[in-house]
Design a protein around this ligand. Structure first.
Ligand code: AMP
Length: 216
C-alpha cells in the first residue's frame, strides 16, 4: 500500500491519472476539488461561500479543506490514498503530515506533474466530463466517438466546470504559483519528491508514475 500526492497546476492531468490508479491499483482518490464541488451543491451557507470562492479561481480556506481530508483519512484506504489537489498550501502540507503521523500512516511519494502554461490553457478550456460516470474528455484531443454520448457508460449529460474558463484559470494559475508551487521545494527537501513529464502521452505519464510507485 502506498500513499501519494499528485502535485501540479490545474490541468496537469492529476485527476485523469488518479482515476487510472483507482482502476488499476484499487487506490482511493481523495480530491478536495471533487469534495468541494459536492459541498457546493448542498445549498448550505458553507456550500454557497465555497461556490463563490471556487468560481473566482481562488483557494478555499485551509481550515475547510483540512477538515474534509481529516474526515476521509481514517476511512478505507484500499491500495493507498491518492491526494489529488491537496495539499495546496504549506499549512495544508504541515497539517497532512500531522494527520498521517497521528493515524499511523506514511506519505510514500509526492509526484510532481510538470507542464507548461500554454498547454494548460488549451487543455482546460476544452475540458468536459460525463455527468454520469465522470469520464474526462476534450473538444480537440479526446472527443467522444459519438457527439454528446459518453464512450464509457453511454450517458448523454456532459458537464463543463464553472471555473474552466480563461479568467478563472488565470487566477487558479496565479494561486498555484504563489501558494502551491512552494510545496515542490518543501517535499524536495524532505526527499519525497519525484517529477514526471505531464506533457507526455497519457500512457507514458501513467508508466512514469507506475515506476515511482513500484520503487516504494
Ligand atoms: P480542482 O478540482 O483541484 O482543480 O479544485 C477546484 C477548486 O476547488 C480550486 O480552484 C479551489 O477553489 C478549490 N480547492 C480544491 N482543493 C483545494 C485545496 N486543497 N485548498 C484550497 N482550495 C481548494
Amino acid at each position: 500500500m502506498v500513499n501519494i500526492i499528485l502535485l501540479g497546476p490545474p490541468g496537469a492531468g492529476k485527476g485523469t491519472q488518479a482515476k487510472r490508479l483507482v482502476d488499476e491499483r484499487h487506490m482511493v482518490q481523495l480530491s478536495t476539488g471533487d469534495m468541494l464541488r459536492e459541498a457546493k451543491t448542498s445549498g448550505t451557507d458553507m456550500g454557497n461561500r465555497v461556490a463563490e470562492v471556487m468560481a473566482k479561481g481562488q483557494l478555499v480556506t485551509d481550515e475547510i479543506v483540512i477538515g474534509l481530508i481529516e474526515e476521509k483519512i481514517t476511512g478505507n484506504a484500499g491500495g493507498g490514498f491518492i491526494f489529488d489537489g491537496f495539499p495546496r498550501t504549506l499549512a495544508q502540507a504541515d497539517a497532512l503530515g500531522a494527520l498521517m503521523a497521528r493515524t499511523g500512516q506514511t506519505l510514500d511519494a509526492v509526484i510532481e506533474m510538470q507542464v507548461d502554461d500554454v498547454a494548460l490553457v488549451a487543455r482546460i478550456t476544452g475540458r468536459f466530463t460525463c455527468g454520469s460516470c465522470g469520464a474526462v474528455y476534450h473538444d480537440v484531443t479526446k472527443p467522444t466517438a459519438k457527439p454528446g454520448t459518453c464512450d464509457v457508460c453511454g450517458g448523454t449529460q456532459m458537464v463543463r466546470r464553472a471555473d474552466d474558463n480563461e479568467d478563472a484559470l488565470r487566477q487558479r494559475l496565479m494561486e498555484y504559483y504563489k501558494k502551491t508551487s512552494p510545496l515542490i521545494g518543501y517535499y524536495y527537501a524532505k526527499q519525497q519528491l519525484s517529477s514526471v513529464d505531464g506533457l507526455a502521452a497519457m500512457d507514458a505519464v501513467a508508466a512514469a508514475i507506475a515506476q515511482v510507485l513500484d520503487k516504494r
